[in-house]
Design a protein around this ligand. Sequence first.
Ligand SMILES: [Mn+2]
Length: 405
Amino acid sequence: MKIYISADWHLGKKLHQQDLQEDMALFFQWLLTELEKESADYLLVAGDIFDQVNPPNDAVQQYYNLLVALQKINCRAVIIAGNHDSPSFVDVPKQLLESMHIQVIGSFPGLQNVRELFIPLVNREGQTAAVLAAIPFLHDRFVRTVGEGEGAREIEAKIKEGIAKVFTTIGAEMKTAFPHLPKLGMAHLHAQGTEPNEAEREIQIGNLNGIEADSLLQFDYLALGHIHTGQTVVSERIQYAGSPVSLGFSENQYPHKVIRLTIENSQIAQEFLPVPKSRSLYQVKGTLAEVTDKIQTLNCKYSLTALLDIAIEEPVFNPAVKEQLEKWKEVLPKEKNIRVLNTRVQYQDKKEAFLLATATTEQVKELDPVSVFQSLLNDRIDPNQHPALLELFREILSDQLQAEQ
Ligand SMILES: [Mn+2]
């Protein structure tokens, strides 16, 4: 039996203003070809199907179209909700999808009902070759009873304890219910000992420091979602598949993959399949001169337009910076098929920069609201918070502009 594992699709995600739908469409195309060629029995998706609890319609359509394509090639699927997914949204089409041999698990049914999470995995000859515990993201409300006057630390300890209890209960019940079958698990959580990257810290709400890997050792194999850079946890039999495409600039260097498990005579073999790259995400930093040199070496190497993030840091205010950035925004898409997605400018001498920038009223009028807001952020706010605040500012600004029209 052949089982493919993927995770963290984040359908509907926008990187600044750039939609990543095309990236995912190319991944799905490649994945479907692979599943069909290999006569795959199952596709497992370990959560964060969507980027938001209320995904946009085109992201929902992309998801359902994939499920239809899976059915056409006779590949079954099991899908769990991650922390970005709405449990009820994932569960709504449960019965409809079951008729297509696709199982979705959005909500945790409670410790008393963990057997509802057990899914016997059936091969093409109709034999049960393994059993899977499909454990959706364990929201706070699923695993913790609220006590009076609890502080953040007690709450965190209770959540961790609750999650560990879920895993040990599932482990024990699985052994009783399916003593002779290989036991697989799938879950969406932050396991201790793994390092989220920069983009993950930005987009994840999770405040937990990670679940102790010991409590996760209930299965012959555990497939995890949540950490975007695929990695091994403790042993080869606990794996993060990672997201199949780069969802942030910091994920560009990382080789994306899907996992293939082959189960024969109760033996589980694991392979990693690299996902073909379809887009470069470049990040360049330095003085204007350094950035200029670096940009000259960049090329669009793949089918989709390369995306560029520029961070310039100059010792003192330099009026050439803004001019050059505007020029790149105009010229790079035409000349190199590279789109400038985000720019940041920082001057070390803040006092002088401020004086120069506001020297005359005329110059103030020439400044656009976003760059004024950006310079305010540069002076006062932790850089990690800039993207989110800028996005909010742009939203307010566009509402305002529409109201004025
Ligand atoms: Mn997640």
